[in-house]
Design a binder for this molecule. Structure first.
Ligand SMILES: C[S@@+](CC[C@H](N)C(=O)[O-])C[C@H]1O[C@@H](n2cnc3c(N)ncnc32)[C@H](O)[C@@H]1O
Length: 219
């Protein structure tokens, strides 16, 4: 079992501003652990986590793959950027963090070069205004507020991730039932992507899924 990264440097004050790891974080760690051997075989050069929050997931990935990969992360919450850098250091790894939305200014330079892409997005259905406010101001509400059907931010990312994914790259996406998993899968298959549910679990009122998305080799 791969240990959960050390987060003991983060305080209650940090978690007033930054998403505290919860069941959705832990299912993502479990999915990465389940895929650890395949991920190592892939020998990723570039890993990108969108929305790292505390930095727990990026530090975990770095503990699986070691420091031969480049770890990048982007978050719209400046406190999340700070915490991610601190968590990487605490766990003896290095993550370069950029304060921006989604792939932001990296999209051109990273064209077809991200081997492991991760996003645990704000997936909770909320009023559209709550999602828009969170996105505009990069506050902690941007951790969960996903607007109508919880898909406002994920939908934007589904339009842009393909440009940065490498030929053999994998994209791990967290979603809940209300996000319409079959709808996501159908939409992605139209642009030559395969979607697999690699882990699912009920946690309180949420039915969580981890999707692994990659280029369809059969088409
Ligand atoms: C559910 S939290 C996940 C945090 C962490 N990855 C985890 O699993 O514990 C979602 C994260 O996405 C960030 N986020 C929301 N919208 C974003 C966007 N447009 N671009 C980058 N990050 C975003 C939030 O600030 C938050 O840190």
């Amino acid at each position: 079992m791969i240990p959960t990264p050390d987060l003991s440097h983060l305080t209650r004050k940090d978690y007033d501003l930054v998403y505290e790891p919860a069941e959705d974080t832990f299912i993502l760690l479990d999915a990465l652990e389940q895929d650890a051997d395949e991920l190592k075989k892939l020998q990723p050069s570039v890993c990108l986590e969108v929305g790292p929050g505390s930095g727990c997931v990026s530090a975990f990935l770095a503990s699986i793959l070691g420091q031969s990969s480049l770890y990048l992360a982007t978050d719209i919450n400046p406190h999340a950027c700070r915490c991610t850098i601190a968590t990487a250091r605490r766990n003896k790894s290095e993550v370069d963090v950029i304060h921006t939305s989604l792939t932001g200014p990296l999209s051109t330079r990273l064209r077809n070069s991200v081997d492991v892409l991760i996003f645990n997005p704000p997936y909770v259905p909320t009023e559209p205004e709550e999602s828009q406010r969170g996105q505009e101001h990069g506050q902690i509400s941007s951790s969960w507020a996903g607007g109508f059907d919880g898909m406002e931010v994920t939908n934007k990312f589904l339009c842009e991730f393909e440009a940065v994914l490498s030929a053999d790259g994998r994209f791990y996406l967290v979603a809940i039932k209300q996000n319409n998993i079959p709808g996501i899968s159908q939409r992605l298959s139209k642009c030559g992507m395969t979607t697999e549910v690699i882990l699912q679990r009920r946690a309180g009122r949420e039915h969580l899924f981890v999707l692994r998305i990659s280029r369809d080799r059969t088409s």
